[in-house]
Design a protein around this ligand. Structure first.
Ligand code: PEP
Ligand code: MG
Length: 755
């Protein structure tokens, strides 16, 4: 290699000696730039460090004017150094001064140097600074030299990350190693949590990154890759998902990358330049992460994520680290930070210590979000690079109301949130005090408050909330959080536990509501243009009766000798209900014939969540034992607004005359036919929603468990007759539609009701 005296390996060895010397931070940096310049036969070697204020400060130089050290400061959008930092990419130029981004700083005296090679100083994909070499001659640095400089920059990354340089900085201009961060994402689960970071995949800290014996390190790398390939192949062959719940496509991508020549070559080159095998993997991974953060194409980004995962596996293999060993030693107030996570992985954490969750990915309908809500922890998703920014043990705030995440928050932010959390806790205590009070309105109307549930972890909520039972048990959740299709025995066991936990209180099971946005990872996915209007829920159940039959059998057996209430989702026509009911009757006959004890009583109901049913109520009601209104879907189809699309989902208000007329019609028809009706959509979980529903005649509401307290508090103070008198003209008056919510709010305020 041209220029390099003794090559990068000698340089790395010398740097290791310098790192161990008991000298000051500045002296160490000065020696490092001197060594690099000498080794690379460069006239200049400089280190710029990224500061918390987002600028780059010259921390050491060999070759430029020493007086410029700690004086020259560049913005990220300034000069070639800024360009290297902002793009996190090497820049190699024979004539730097002719580059449009070149920016001359007179105090440095750099005008006589023409060639320029700058590389980012990266750690976990984050830019910590820039390392530059320059020469007078117009020359292009060789690929080996670029590689060598990048390898060398790892030493500086470690030095900056260790905090050693902070002592050299002015207050407010410290190296940006652990800056405060405030990011906004999307709410996955409501709540406010203050705690400390637990990285779901603890960052692997490479301590020994300079190789003693390059051949040995090369062999370690090759062996690890071979065993990684074997692992991925066997996962694919077994057809199972790995511990992280990866899906088949992901594993296929893993396999592709595990055999990708480019990736392997880059890691081998890094090891050839003198790094240990694990440091070589980290070098390449850090570049990958840096590219990932700048990538906007979702497909490429996803693939870079896969590559990042694979590198993690490789590192664990090389360092003999087990997967996620920390789950038993969770700190108090743990806030788990992960890129993505399967629902089962979240359930593995100690519930008593887990307070919050932050994900780089994840939407509100993701399975992990469902579990987070069931666990009652605050969760926020779509926080870019959260795992690269947060360090284990860092203080962190998850605001699952506004969707904010603060990593290493400022004291005033922390105080404000601690106060909010205290207020919420006080409110919760007030609600707990209402737990055993029967829910009777001021004018003596009994309202049955039930909870929505779907997982074992939900069951303690029946007792804790003081609910009258479970008004909606979403059976698909067990299927959604599993990695393989739950067997009938597993379904039976869950349903039995649910009935046991509920005791004398009623439970309404809903048969599988899959399809649409409720995707099962292990079931072949049918591509549909409009999945919400597609092959889902009862449609799928009737077309593939095997699945539904098995489930109905499990339900009937779980309820042997007890009462069973079951209902079907997404019924759009009376005939569908008839067919589904016939299926239940067939199963009953089957069980009877085989000598099973049958349920003591069975009630079969339909969910009203497709508007077509509004025009079949007269035919439907005589056939059903009860109705349950799914306002989430009913509103979605009523107003034609995708419930998962935030651009339109709030466009129309369910508290508006047209929608309330629909809800009222259902309640009126059910009363006429003397059939009970419950409303189990989100509308009932909002105090204002509960108010209007009760005012329209609903006497049974099924809520998110955390809503029981606030809704009960409101209903205890509500005069239903007054509310009905206020609401009726608003629903009937044709001009009133836009003002309904406002008028209801005014009514609540006048009545002293807390919405
Ligand atoms: C609804 O649609 O209102 C409902 C309760 O069902 P889900 O939210 O599970 O679709
Ligand atoms: Mg629904």
């Amino acid at each position: 290699m041209r220029g390099a005296l003794g090559g990068p390996r000698v340089l790395l060895r010398r740097l290791r000696e310098v790192m161990a010397e008991p000298v000051s931070a500045q002296e160490r940096l000065d020696k490092i730039v001197m060594l690099i310049a000498a080794n690379m036969v460069a006239e200049v070697c400089s280190v710029y460090v990224l500061r918390v204020d987002g600028t780059l400060e010259l921390y050491a130089t060999e070759g430029l004017n020493r007086e410029a050290v700690h004086i020259t400061v560049m913005r990220m959008d300034e000069g070639l150094v800024g360009l290297v930092a902002s793009q996190a990419n090497a820049i190699n130029l024979p004539d730097a001064q002719s580059h449009p981004a070149y920016s001359y700083r007179p105090e440095t005296g750099e005008e006589i140097y023409h060639s320029f090679l700058g590389v980012p100083i990266l750690r976990a994909g984050n830019t910590l600074g820039v390392l530059v070499v320059q020469n007078r001659a117009h020359r292009t640095y060789s690929e080996e030299e670029v590689e060598a400089l990048q390898t060398t920059s790892m030493v500086l990354a470690e030095m900056i990350a260790s905090g050693e340089l902070t002592a050299l900085a002015q207050p407010g201009a410290e190296p940006a190693v652990h800056p405060r961060r405030h990011d906004t994402g999307v709410v996955l689960s409501e709540g406010i949590a203050l705690g400390h970071v637990v990285l779901h995949e603890p960052r692997i800290v490479v301590e020994n990154f300079i190789a003693d014996d390059v051949q040995k390190e090369m062999k370690r790398l090759d062996d690890a890759i071979a065993s990684l390939r074997a692992d991925v192949d066997s996962l694919l062959e077994r057809g199972e998902m790995a511990d992280g719940g990866e899906h088949r496509e992901v594993l296929e991508a893993y396999r592709m990358f595990a055999h990708d020549r480019g990736w392997l070559t880059r890691m081998r080159e890094a090891v050839m330049s003198g790094l240990t095998a694990e440091a070589g993997v980290e070098r390449v991974q850090s570049d990958t992460r840096a590219r990932m953060l700048r990538q906007t194409d979702p497909y490429i980004r996803e693939r870079l994520h896969d590559l990042d995962d694979l590198a993690n596996r490789l590192m664990r293999q090389l360092m003999g680290i087990e997967h996620a060993p920390h789950k038993d030693q969770l700190p108090e107030n743990a806030i788990v930070v992960a890129r993505a996570m399967g629902p089962a992985a979240l359930l593995d954490y100690d519930r008593k210590r887990l307070r919050g969750l932050v994900l780089e990915e994840g939407g509100p309908t993701s399975h992990v979000a469902i579990v987070a809500r069931a666990l009652g922890i605050a969760a926020v998703g779509q926080i870019e690079n959260a795992t690269g920014i947060a360090e284990t043990g860092d203080p962190i705030i998850v605001d699952g109301i506004g969707g904010e995440v603060y990593i290493r928050p400022a004291p005033d932010i922390e105080n404000a949130y601690a106060e909010r959390a205290r207020l919420r806790a006080r409110k919760q205590a007030q609600y707990r005090a209402l737990r055993d009070r029967p829910c009777v309105t001021k004018d003596g109307e009994q309202i049955s408050l039930l909870i929505n549930a779907g997982l074992l972890v939900d069951l303690p909520q029946i007792e804790e909330s003081g609910a009258a039972g479970i008004g909606l048990f979403r059976t698909e959740l067990q299927f959604m959080v599993a990695t393989t299709m739950p067997r009938i025995g597993e379904q039976l066991a869950l349903y039995r536990s649910v009935l046991d936990a509920a005791g004398k209180r009623p439970v309404t099971f809903r048969t599988l509501d899959i399809g649409g946005d409720k995707v099962l990872p292990y079931m072949r996915n049918v591509e549909e243009e409009n999945p919400a209007l597609g092959w889902r829920a009862i449609r799928l159940g009737l077309d593939r009766p095997g699945l539904m039959r098995g489930q109905v059998r499990a339900l009937l057996r779980a309820a042997s000798g007890r009462a069973l209430k079951l209902m079907f989702p997404m019924v759009a026509a009376v005939e569908e209900f008839d067919q589904a009911k016939a299926l239940v009757e067939n199963e009953l006959t089957h069980l009877r014939r085989h000598g099973h004890t049958l349920p003591e009583r069975i009630e079969i109901g339909a969910m009203v969540e497709v508007p077509s049913l509004l025009f079949q109520l007269e035919e439907l009601l005589p056939r059903v034992d009860f109705l349950s209104v799914g306002s989430n879907d009913l509103i979605q189809f009523f107003y034609a607004i995708d419930r998962g699309n935030t651009r339109v989902s709030d466009r129309f208000d369910p508290i508006s005359a047209p929608a309330l007329r629909a809800f009222r019609q259902i309640a009126d028809s059910a009363r006429k036919h003397k059939k009970p009706v419950t409303l189990c959509g989100e509308l009932a979980s909002k105090p204002i929603g509960a108010l209007v529903l009760v005012a329209m005649g609903y006497r049974s509401l099924s809520l998110t468990p955390s809503a029981i307290g606030p809704v009960k508090a409101l209903l205890l103070d509500l005069d239903t007759r007054k509310a009905a008198a206020m609401l009726a003209p608003l629903i009937d008056s044709p001009s009133g539609s836009v003002h309904v919510r406002k008028k209801v709010e005014e009514f609540a305020a006048a009545e002293g009701l807390v919405l």
